[in-house]
Design a protein around this ligand. Structure first.
Ligand SMILES: NC(=O)c1ccc[n+]([C@@H]2O[C@H](COP(=O)([O-])OP(=O)(O)OC[C@H]3O[C@@H](n4cnc5c(N)ncnc54)[C@H](O)[C@@H]3O)[C@@H](O)[C@H]2O)c1
Length: 384
């Protein structure tokens, strides 16, 4: 079966994924073979990077992957994978609390890194990763999948064409019922915080559009489900941010929610600009926006683009609402091409760490009952 073709190409951001393998195609090693399997399965969409190795401490995960992709080198030892000369890029999909030490080890072994969201979940981890990245000069891409999902690509392209004018307000959320996740991955309740694990989607979207964030005010609570699974922090968050530019944004997360997906998709980004409004959705794949036109007009036509049936093979492997195949392929290919050809890719190390500082400010603000926190308060502990 030939690889599905991409739906959009934004010059400078997304690669062109048709044609033969890149002559200097990079070798990929994946660690963490639950979500990491998605990237392995998405490799047929890439031309500048190909899987060569995979790692997990769980032998059952290795056995399952070996059956599906027999040509890779498998190991339970991360350092063994790092020692391989054919691994140029390491992609990390382990529990949040392990990301920092694995990124640092990969940098020190001379590898470039893709790390899934959240990049890190502690100040010490953020500081260590930043220092190691600057010292080794290795490149990093944060796997912020939502940025690379079809409606969000269309929304961004229209924004960059200036169709919404000046951005005045951005409204993002990620809401998802997570009982299955606590059961599958017990580390979720105790070893991270939803300010990182969940809010990494909407906070990254706000940072992408608003630019550097100046202040954060957040409130948090525990849902009935969160209490049942004895979650360590909050699993319901509401966040207001003000950017250095003065533009405002808000983010919401709820991880014990009773879902109502036809009314509200689990990830959405609404942009209100001086010249128009737009909404991108995950996972229904809809992009809804005002028709481009003069900013001073009073009203405009509402346009709904539904990419689900055109995009489900590429993004969902033909499941109607499947895994993140297309987004993962998009960011892996963009990162590989940025290394090989010097094209743009992001979010990179510095932006990822800045987004961590916003999430940590959210966590602290909610913990302190909504105290307004300047992001520099966190950044001064990280960017030393
Ligand atoms: N949209 C997205 O981009 C997206 C979606 C889901 C999960 N994630 C992220 O992926 C990460 C993993 O989530 P998950 O749901 O796959 O978790 P998981 O608990 O299902 O899987 C983690 C895997 O890592 C392995 N592992 C643990 N310690 C290891 C070590 N020291 N060396 C090698 N392997 C080790 C485990 O055996 C397990 O197979 C999280 O950070 C999560 O936020 C991102």
């Amino acid at each position: 079966m030939s690889a599905p073709t991409p739906l959009v190409h934004i010059p400078g951001t997304l690669p062109i994924r048709t044609g033969p393998q890149h002559p200097r195609c990079l070798g990929l090693g994946v660690v963490g073979l639950h979500e990491g399997r998605t990237l392995l399965a998405a490799m047929d969409r890439c031309t500048a990077i190909r899987a060569v190795a995979a790692c997990d401490t769980d032998e059952a995960k290795i056995t399952a992957c070996r059956q599906r992709w027999p040509g890779l080198h498998y190991t339970a030892g991360f350092s063994e994978m790092l020692a391989r000369a054919d691994v140029d890029v390491v992609a990390i999909y382990t529990p949040d609390a392990l990301h920092a030490e694995q990124i640092i080890a990969a940098f020190e072994a001379g590898k470039h890194v893709i790390c899934t969201k959240p990049l890190v979940n502690s100040v010490a981890g953020a500081r260590g990763v930043l220092e190691a990245g600057r010292r080794t000069g290795r490149r990093l891409q944060v796997g912020q999948s939502t940025r690379f999902f079809e409606p969000f690509l269309h929304q961004r392209a229209a924004f960059e064409r200036g169709e919404f004018g000046v951005l005045e307000l951005a409204d993002a959320h990620y809401i998802h019922r997570m009982d299955w996740y606590y059961t599958k991955s017990p580390w979720v309740a105790k070893e991270t915080d939803w300010a990182f694990l969940g809010l990494s989607h909407p906070i990254d979207l706000l940072r992408w559009y608003l630019g550097p964030v100046a202040t954060v005010q957040a409130f948090g609570s525990q849902s009935a489900m969160g209490r049942r699974f004895e979650v360590a922090g909050f699993d319901v968050y509401i966040v207001n941010v003000v950017a250095q530019s003065g533009a405002m944004g808000r983010a919401m997360g709820h991880y014990g929610v009773h879902e109502l997906p036809s009314a509200r998709n689990c990830i959405e980004l609404m942009l209100y600009g001086s010249g128009g409004t737009s909404l991108a959705q995950y996972h229904d794949m809809r992009y809804i926006h005002t028709a481009p036109g003069p900013a001073q007009r009073e009203a405009s036509t509402e346009i709904t683009e539904d990419h689900l049936y055109a995009g489900r093979q590429y993004y969902f492997n033909s499941e109607v609402h499947g895994m993140h195949y297309g987004e993962f392929a998009n960011y892996a290919e963009a990162f590989a091409r940025s290394i090989l050809e010097g094209t743009a890719a992001g979010p990179g190390l510095e932006e990822g760490i800045e987004t961590f500082c916003i999430m940590e400010a959210v966590r602290r603000s909610a913990e302190q009952g909504g105290r307004v926190i300047r992001t520099t308060e966190v950044a001064s502990d990280v960017f030393v």
